[in-house]
Design a protein. Structure first.
Length: 292
């Protein structure tokens, strides 16, 4: 049981975390802060938070667990805003989709107190952002990747692990570098492709007519294209080196398929499709293995 959660960022991810802790009986009080006062007010009205804080620093004051649920590009500024009240007994976490940039910011800003920070990435979310879509069950049954660094306190890793497990999550650990390499392939590149496909179609003269004919397959393939633009701008830029490497691999795979079509080689085309089909049939969610 935690006495107080200091929630910085009362949107979908942060709001869902607060609701989940409340539902599980893991926290007595939630103090929240968002850059937009209307968001903080809405969170209080919904019962996501109990007290509105006028600043990130005051949300941290008196908190024994703190969650940063802000865009990854705002992480360093948020650390700077709260660092004076970060102490050795506090559990400090984030929910960012990239990790190398986050831990680098933590090292620069938190310095001697960096050991209380346990970087976390819950593999959960919705296309619809905002506290009004917060859901106490958002994290239940999902993976949470922890990416501690060499100075992260073992006791804090254990506290973070037990907290996420108490919310029904499957917890794994990997290095920040391995995390960013893996999620460039299985999350960041798919978003980039979905954005590109939607733009490619709608930029055609008959794009609207084509979209009117689309069915469930197109819906499923492009679902993530409806994601929050500002959030995904920051994620893709933060992990751009790994993302561009995966994009190049995708171009090579696409070129192989195109060459089979251009060369009127149905056997080669079928072999490539079969390779993908078998891999997809054998894949199971949560199959990613931690590395290094």
């Amino acid at each position: 049981m935690f006495e107080q959660l200091g929630l910085i960022g009362c949107g979908l991810m942060g709001g869902s975390f607060a609701l989940a802790l409340k539902q599980a009986g893991l926290v007595k009080r939630v103090v929240g802060y968002s850059k937009s006062p209307s968001t903080t007010e809405r969170a209080r009205q919904m019962g996501v938070i109990d007290i509105e804080a006028p600043s990130a620093l005051l949300a941290v004051s008196g908190s024994d667990v703190v969650l940063l649920a802000v865009p990854v590009a705002a992480t360093e500024a948020t650390f700077k805003a709260i660092r004076h009240l970060v102490h050795k007994d506090m559990l400090l976490m984030d929910v960012g989709s990239t990790k190398r940039d986050v831990v680098d910011a933590a090292r620069r800003v938190l310095r001697d107190q960096v050991g209380v920070f346990v970087p976390a990435h819950p593999i959960a979310g919705k296309e619809l952002a905002g506290v009004e879509h917060a859901d106490a069950d958002l994290y239940h049954g999902r993976q949470v990747i922890l990416t501690p660094i060499e100075r992260t306190q073992t006791a804090q890793i254990e506290r973070a692990t037990q907290l996420w497990k108490a919310l029904g999550c499957h917890v794994r650990q990997m290095s920040p570098e391995s995390h960013d390499a893996a999620y460039a392939a299985v999350s960041h590149l798919p978003h980039l492709l979905a954005f590109a496909l939607m733009n490619a179609i709608q930029n055609q003269k008959q794009g609207a007519d084509f979209l009117a004919l689309a069915g469930p397959g197109f819906r499923d393939f492009t679902r993530i294209a409806a994601s929050d633009p500002a959030i995904w701008r920051d994620i893709l830029m933060a992990n751009r080196e790994e993302l561009l490497g995966q994009s190049q691999r995708f171009r090579q795979a696409l070129e192989a398929l195109e060459n089979a079509v251009k060369g009127e080689n149905p056997d080669a085309l079928e072999a490539l499709i079969e390779q993908a089909s078998i891999a997809r049939a054998q894949w199971r969610m949560n199959a990613i293995r931690p590395q290094g």
